[in-house]
Design a protein around this ligand. Sequence first.
Ligand code: FDP
Length: 334
Amino acid sequence: MSKVITLHEFILDRQADFPFASGELSRILNDIAVASKIVSRDVRKAGLVDHILGAQGETNIQGEEQQKLDVIADDQFIRAFQNGGEVCGIASEENDDFVAFTSETAKNGKYIVLFDPLDGSSNIDVNVSIGTIFSIYRRSSAIGKLANLEDMLQKGSEQIAAGYVLYGSSTMLVYTTGAGVNGFTLDPSIGEFCLSHPNMKTPNTGRIYAMNEGNIGVCDQGVQKYIAYCQSDENDKGAPYSGRYIGSLVADFHRNLIKGGIYIYPATNASPEGKLRLLYECNPLAFIIEQAGGIASTGKERVLDIKPTRLHQRIPFFAGSKAMVEKALDFLGH
Ligand code: FDP
């Protein structure tokens, strides 16, 4: 039987791969792992908290105000980064503005983290998989100062690490530091993430397309034609692909990463810029899919090449197996 490798051990083993490694990035990754274990625990009892403990009003049995799980998750991650000492500022889906940490230790932190604490949160109430997505950059501002907006608005190609946690039938943490993608499954009996998916590669092609097809009539003709191609028996597979859409980005992305497939969230009439957020949804997933051998594009350009202009900027997103995304881009005329 082979030895179990925990995330903690794995991170320490890989630390030497970074130039000038001082252990700070490793500590941030460990902080994320701890925060996500806490969130995983809370997600697992979501139904109890929402429907039993909170059933009598606005407060739970301890007299505490009920909080939505995405706010709880946001607080958990912010607390982890604020107290860790390596991170000088964060931006998250839950906060309109970025947060620059003000303690002297934090001002000396070299890193910033952008994250979506609980993505797909509209699925919490119906017991469907949800996830956390994170993206780590070296700060561009001077060490010792407060983090600023420019620190947050770096190109995705500048990421030094990115990953996600999927709270699914099991809890998994998948991350990259630019040297491949590795996946860890939480063993609840020992409370550790254990290496379960080493060196993940996405198949070059697959049979799955994932899109909210309710939008098919209100998106670009190129997308409509590509989806018709996926559904036709005259495509490259000679049979219709499988349509699979959970409506939870991390879950849809993770399934496609493993099985091969394409994820599409195009621009629509109602959301001409697309729906998904560049900084803490698309960039981290783009980094991962590229590291796994796939492609992530807006339909016009490589996601990681975009210079962000706003914290909550949205983009159209086409990501997945190389051959499938290239085919979709052909239909879009690129
Ligand atoms: P949600 O609105 O539930 O938070 O980015 C948010 C996201 O979920 C993704 O997780 C999900 O893939 C997508 O939006 C679903 O959007 P549609 O309901 O428009 O398909």
